[in-house]
Design a protein. Sequence first.
Length: 570
Amino acid sequence: MRQVSGDGSDGIARQKRKTLESAQRLADEHGYEILSSVTDSGISAFHKSNFDGEAGMGLIRSMVLNGEVAKGSIVVFEQFDRFSRGEPMWVLRQMSDLLENGLHIHIAHMDRTFTYESMNSDMGQLMMAIAFICAAHAESLTKQKRTRSSIAHQVKLAKEQGIPVTFGMHPPWLRRTPTHWEVIPERVELIKRWAELTVQGYGGTKIAGIMNDENQPTWDNKRKVKPKKWYNKIILDTLASDSLIGVAHFKTHDGDTTINGHYPKIITDEQYAYIQSQIAKRKHKTINVGGSKSGYVSFVTGIGVTFCPYCGSSMIAKQMKRKLKSGEAVIDRFVACSGAHQQYTDCTTSRSLLRIVERVLVEFCSDRINFEDVFGQANPRNEIKELIASKEQELAILTKSRKRLMKLFAMMDEDEDDTELEEQITDNRRESRILHDSLDELNKELLSTKDSVGDEFLLLVQQVRDNDIHEDIRLRLRELIPMFVERIEIANRGFHWVRAPERKAKLDKLLSIMGDDVDYDFLAEFKAKMESTSLNNLSYGIRFRSGAYRYFAVNRKSGDWQVKTDIGGG
């Protein structure tokens, strides 16, 4: 049994409590076990983002349709609008798919369970579901129209009278009042210091290190998890923001609007322009495509397929220098959970050697996939290449815009209406997905014209084994792998104890089995094993777009791997 809460931050504690109570009652009545709780915080049910691949309902839907959830399982929602606020016909299709595949949907507010059989036999239940689905969509639609009208009016007042816009996010170094902006002196001084250090040649990483050494307090910007320390991304994103020179950007139903002088200037235009040129110069000093500062190119990270199964964060490539007993310095490249590395989640997963991940992936491909159609000498038509370049440029523009929107979102106050900004981010993601799909098809068409090079691929496998693969081939692999690899997951404690709540549930269950005769030494040992990051074997799961799935067990020291499970695919 799973519980799902929605994204209403003002009542999220109440929603969780009510949903949990209902789920627990159902579990007690029918002898079910509560598997997990999902909270889609900050995700739009109106724009159907909660059904995206990594969102709560997206994961549940995928598991149900793939047969990974037992028929008769129940998912509990606080209210119907927690399921979706999308267009009624679309919502009904999603609901029908889930029910037809054996999932039961329970609405805590109504204390009613919907099944495929009950919806077919009870016309009243069907009409009730339709009524609630329509009401949820209509409510969000009305709110959207009202918000957009309010935004347009506020932007007009900001242009004409200089009154601060009260919706959305604002720069974290400013405090908004009903009539004007107030600077936060200590934050402004810190930003000016960053600017001076940048002019002196310091990079974002060095500046972040100085801030951490001085124990300068971080800015939470109303983030879900406050950063525990400074990172170069926070520094560089702040210095790249044109809000420093007073520029504000808004999106209304009339289109994008830019207001110069909306915010107080923190630095001069000349300083801002010089800082941007310095940042740009530093960016072009090394090539870093999904890799580390050395310019090492990874073909498994930075392409949107490698994730941590414990917290769902993407895996990133890092490197560490160490000295051998002989005194020789060597560099170890590894993959790490971005949530754990940047402390945005409470994930405790450890690092994994990058060369092992790359090798098991390529060696799997060599024995299961016909690469004569994939790794060939390129002989594409020029018009296809030009079209790909054009779409990649469009995608880059969308990505840059989304980063700006996400920065604005991170700076919003809790009491601010983020509906319009959330819609912009959702629209941006939707357009990006369409472009990604189009690029996938174009690249497949491009590849279909290539000659077979089986011998080249065998050499490629050997290069990966010897950790001696050339950069041009790595870049080539970065383009090809997302076409046939859907998801890579790296688990250092196995896939059974994936998330912290599930580990706690396992301990609680063990404690209940022991009853009054609790063996605390055994309990401590069991807990340590679950949380240990020094296990000899790592677990890898690779899911291919063809439907093939392979689970690996890899020895940390030797790098030897053994296939534990193969499922279908070609």
